[in-house]
Design a binder for this molecule. Structure first.
Ligand code: ADP
Length: 163
């Protein structure tokens, strides 16, 4: 049985992430999405909220599990008993960072390898950061994230403005 972890911030999950998740389930028997809790960053959604959003977004995918994690992706992979880390590659700008990370991870843990899924063309431009920027300025994000995620974002941004 092949198991892979897909670590990331997912703040918020986009159609680009969901495309990678769907394609990973066609390659691996089990895909564990690791939602990173990074205490040095202030995300829009808390780690619990991101986990719940991802669980809802992947409801129809029985091979997918969603878990929070902090620390190194290789340690998360080891704890899940997975030998593969999945990452998405959008552009050459992703490549340099991802190559360095994958090589560092191999040095840290030779039993865990990284697999890259090249983004589908229609999502190549998409990033969580851009989606947040568009939403903050009141733009339409329905092409970028599932409808319920767009609603959660609008609610969150309203709450932020009221504070
Ligand atoms: P980051 O590592 O910048 O925090 P995210 O947490 O948003 O990235 O994303 C997790 C993974 O999903 C990364 O491998 C990232 O390259 C990939 N990814 C993000 N957006 C897309 C997209 N539109 N298409 C394919 N892969 C993507």
């Amino acid at each position: 049985m092949t198991k892979a972890v897909y670590p990331g911030s997912f703040d918020p999950v986009t159609f680009g992430h969901l495309d990678v998740i769907m394609r990973a389930t066609e390659i691996f028997d089990e895909v564990i999405i690791g939602v990173l809790h990074n205490s040095t960053k202030t995300p829009l959604f808390s780690v619990e909220e991101r986990v719940n959003i991802l669980k809802k977004a992947t409801e129809g995918m029985p091979q997918v599990t969603v878990l929070p994690f902090s620390g190194l992706s290789v340690d998360f992979a080891k704890a899940c008993n997975a030998k593969v880390i999945v990452r998405g590659l959008r552009a050459i700008t992703d490549f340099e960072y991802e190559l360095q990370m994958a090589q560092t991870n191999r040095e840290l843990e030779s039993g865990v390898d990284t697999t890259f899924l090249i983004t589908s063309l229609q999502y190549a431009y998409l990033s969580s950061t851009t989606v947040k920027e568009v939403a903050e300025f009141g733009g339409n994000i329905s092409k970028f994230v599932p409808e319920f995620v767009a609603k959660e974002m609008q609610k969150k941004l309203r709450e932020k403005r009221e504070c």
